[in-house]
Each structure stands twice: as C-alpha cells, then as structure tokens.
Design a protein around this ligand. Structure first.
Ligand SMILES: Cc1ncc(COP(=O)(O)O)c(C=O)c1O
Length: 382
C-alpha cells in the first residue's frame, strides 16, 4: 500500500544534507556557539527578503511573540485581541505577560481573524491585536490595520506559519507594527531544533528586542529591563541559512500541490481551502472541511495517508483560560471549524502520485471510487 506522510524531513535532508554538514563544520571549527556572524547574516537575509528594516533572531516563535509583547510594554491590565482558532502560543504569550487575551471569531472561509468582528471585542484596555496568518494565508491586514489605527492599537503579526506569503504584493511580516516567525522543524522554513525571529521596521523596537533576548542587557552586566535568554544558537542559524536557500522552491512546490488538490477534490463533498484574492498563501497546511471529519481521518489513516487536525480545541475553551468566562457557543464559527477541519499532506517532497492517492482515498470514502481511475484532465473538465 502506498503511504503518504504529513512531513518528510528525511527526504528534504537528502537535498541539502551536504551543505548543512559544511555549515555545521564551519561553526565547529570556530567554536563560537552563541551569536556570531551566522546569526547576524540570518537576520540580515531574512529582513532583506521580506523587505523589512530589522530582524531579531530569537529562541523560538513563542518567545518571539513574548518578546514583541514585552517590547510594546503590554502587561497586567491590558487586553490583546487574538483569534481562538490558532496554535496555543498566540494567546499563551499574551497571558504570560500578564495581559488578557480577548478572543475574536474567524472568517469561515479563510479561518483568519474576522476584521468585522474585531471592533466589538475592543475595550479601552485593548492595546494590540494579534492576527495570525493561519496555514500560510495572510489575514485581511488592511481591514485589521484600519480598526487598529482607529483605536490606537498596535498590530502584532503572528506569521509563524507564513514566511513567504504575500498580501497585496507585500510580504507577511511587513504588514503590521511587529511580526513573529517560527522556525520549528516542520514550518515552511524549519530549523534543526527551535528557532524564531522578530521582524519590524521600527529601529527602537528592534533594539529593545535585542536587549530583551539577552536579559535586558544594554552593556555587559548592565540590565535596563528584565528580559530573558531568548537567543538563537549559532549552529541553528548556520543551518537556517542553508535552508533559506530552498524556501522559495519549497513554497512553490506547496502551492503547486495545493493547486492539484483543488482540482482533484473539486467534485467531492469536502470544502477545499479558500484562497483570498488579496494574496498568495504558502500552504503551511492544506486544510479541508468535512462534515464527517473523524470518519474521513480514520479512513485516510487506514489508506496509509497521514493527516492531522489543526486545531481540535479552540483556545477560548481551553481549561487554562476557563477564568476568562467563555462558554461553548461564544465563538460559533471557530467552534464549527474545529469540528470539521482536516489537514492533508502538502510538504515539498510529495510527488503527483502521492497527491492523487490522497484524493483517490477521499473519493473512495465518499463512494466515488470509479472517478479515481479517470485521468485528471477528464476530472477537471467534468
Ligand atoms: C500560529 C503559531 N504561532 C506561534 C507558534 C509558536 O512557534 P514555536 O513553536 O516556534 O514556539 C506556532 C508554531 O508552533 C504557530 O503555528
């Protein structure tokens, strides 16, 4: 039986393994493991390719969010508007600085924070909004920025899943006041371990983030503020510099896979991801909606197809946020999507036959086995 995995880091490593080994050897030869030219070069390259002024490498995407909030002086008594349909870190970082996450429902098509519902969530204590570019597609940033400007709020992009995505021709990470990336191994730019980056055009904010990632030090053993150890290791930066060279090609492959899935799944009773007209996504996940999600997932796994639910439990209903007072039903679109979402394999190493196998298994589940045998052109024309 053909098996199709959700990720294939081994396969990717075969492409650039030799380059990674050379980069690692170089760091080993120099024996500098903290800071160093590789970290500075990674920051410069990422800032340049995004079209941003400053990038500050940090320990992971969660710490990038934390550091961004700290740099904006957000803390106890403040509120930050966030989506509930996202990875935990988005709201977790808000709670960690002592502020209150205020959850906003999502657009049912893009799964991103619904700008039309943002205004109603704002109080005099709301200091910032943190849109997430979920699954690699940008949130509607013009609409979100307009509300933020009206209310004097900062905009923090959680771009952990969206490096390379664009919005009206501009790169994710350049669309708000400060942005955060994750280099978790399975991300579109995945490192060998944890890693993250803060991106901003504000020189002063970047300087504060540089201090914060190093215990708030302004000079050796002089601490202007309380920060943490949020540094990115030299070895990881050296490896990310290699992987950065593959990002465009890997994102191109993800987009091509998504386009083929769109065509193959078009007649089946699942909803393929909506691609908003304002931008180009990078398909960190290719997530469909199904009314029979759990059965479909079990069927796919039985067919040797990896798949996953991102995310099964919305953040407003997590135990740790029970004191915030959200009850089931308070964010209806988010809750519906959590029950219907299913992410299919879309990683760069997939072959066309893998995608056809996944689509055929979905067709089989819906009793469309016969159509599976037809050539793709005939299916598209149907
Ligand atoms: C939307 C989102 N925000 C934040 C993070 C946190 O990043 P990290 O795992 O690098 O801490 C992730 C990734 O896991 C994410 O997907």
């Amino acid at each position: 039986m053909r098996s199709v995995s959700m990720i294939d880091l081994q396969g990717e490593f075969e492409l650039f393994g030799a380059e990674v080994r050379r980069a690692v050897d170089e760091v080993l030869a120099g024996q500098q493991f903290i800071g160093g030219p590789q970290v500075a070069e990674l920051e410069a390259r990422i800032a340049a390719r995004l079209g941003a002024e400053h990038a500050v490498a940090v320990s992971n995407g969660t710490d990038a969010l934390l550091c961004a909030l700290m740099a904006l002086d957000i803390g106890a008594g403040d509120e930050v508007a966030v989506p509930s349909f996202t990875f935990f870190a988005t709201a977790g970082s808000v709670a960690r600085v002592g502020a209150r996450p205020v959850f906003v429902d999502i657009d049912p098509r893009t799964f991103n924070l619904d700008a039309d519902k943002l205004e109603a969530a704002i109080s005099p204590r709301t200091r910032a909004v943190m849109p997430v570019h979920l699954f690699g597609q940008c949130a509607d940033m013009d609409a979100i920025n307009a509300v933020a400007r009206r209310h004097g709020m900062a905009v923090i992009e959680d771009a952990a899943q969206a490096i390379g995505a664009t919005y009206r021709g501009r790169a994710a990470c350049t669309l708000g006041d400060v942005a955060c990336l994750s280099f978790y191994p399975t991300k579109n730019l995945g490192g060998f371990g944890e890693g993250g980056m803060i991106v901003t055009n504000d020189a002063e904010r970047a300087a504060v983030c540089r201090q914060l990632r190093n215990h708030g030090e302004s000079q050796r053993y002089h601490h202007d503020r309380v920060g943490g150890n949020f540094r990115l290791d030299t070895l990881k930066a050296a490896i990310l510099l290699v992987k950065l060279r593959y990002l465009d090609e890997f994102n191109r492959r993800r987009r091509a896979h998504a386009a083929l899935y769109d065509a193959l799944l078009t007649d089946l009773p699942v909803t393929v991801p909506h691609r908003a007209s304002f931008g180009e996504p990078v398909y960190h996940h290719y997530s469909i909606l199904s009314d029979r999600r759990d059965e479909l997932m079990a069927h796919l796994r039985a067919c040797g197809v990896g798949c996953g639910v991102y995310y099964p439990v919305p953040l407003h209903l997590q135990k740790c946020f029970s004191d915030l007072g959200y009850a089931p039903g308070s964010l209806p679109i988010t809750e519906q999507v959590c029950g219907r979402i299913l992410s299919l394999p879309v990683h760069p190493m997939l072959q066309e036959a893998d995608l056809r196998h996944v689509a055929a298994c979905i067709g089989e589940f819906h009793g469309a086995g016969a159509r599976r045998a037809q050539p793709a052109a005939a299916q598209r024309g149907a």
